[in-house]
Write a protein that binds this ligand. Sequence first.
Ligand SMILES: [Zn+2]
Length: 312
Amino acid sequence: MNGVLGPIDTADLGFTLMHEHVMVATPAMRQAFPDWIDRDAVVAHATNELRAAMERGVRTMVDLTPINLGRDITVIRDVAERTGAQMIAATGFYWIEEPWFQGWEIDSLVERLMREITYGIQGTNVRAGIIKAATDHLGVTELNKKLLQVAARLHRASGVPISTHTNVHHHTGLGQQDVFAEEGVDLSRVVIGHCGDTEDVEHLEQILRRGSTIGMDRFGLDFMLPMEKRVSTIAALCKRGWAKQMVLSHDACCHIDWFSKEMVQQLAPRWSFRHIPDDVLPALRAEGVSEADIRTMTVDNPRRVFERQGAY
Ligand SMILES: [Zn+2]
């Protein structure tokens, strides 16, 4: 499979954070104002954060930043080179409906994104190893359906797995699964993300029963749902036998230009790549989640997601 520094053997993935971000930086603002980000500081900070996670047993980090949230593969590559961490980069788009999208045919976008998987991103030889798709509170609109179809057809043509952003309170994961199923996607090859923002076990089981893996992937965003409730929901699902279809992550951004540093510090002080090893895994154990289930969610499930690479 494609890693940022070259091919990765899925047997070597180890403890994998399945949904994180080195940097989210608005592309138009970066283009207009060259000092919009301090690139060196961003790379240095992300390097420290990822090293801290590696000291705690993390081996692989999936950077799920889509093209239009400011994915900069040279920044991701620099962090991978400095840390020696296994990193995986994404291709695909965010849910916000940009005007340009109306004028493009699905298949010509698939062809463009395919180049990011086959040849490389931004003129580098760094290839994408995962496909991002996103739907938020607006649901599967006409344009959003097109985005999901792009992801579905790219997945079928490349064999690379899909991982999504959803708004779980609007049940958009089910809408995504509907479009993917219509497009002939095997739903067991899809990770439906941001499912950890709810305690609604019945809703999560609706997604799980269709075969997808769910991302319990916003640990640290306690203002959306506190850690204790996220942990109890996972423990409840493990008791019901769903450990084989859950992955863990933070959706943490080492740099994000949406909020001031003070806001992040105040609202989400533990939102970093260290929170799961430091706080979440001990809390899961305290709730009675077994070591075997923890290993399944942190090591075996990421491996399974990436191991099934065949196109169809
Ligand atoms: Zn994200």
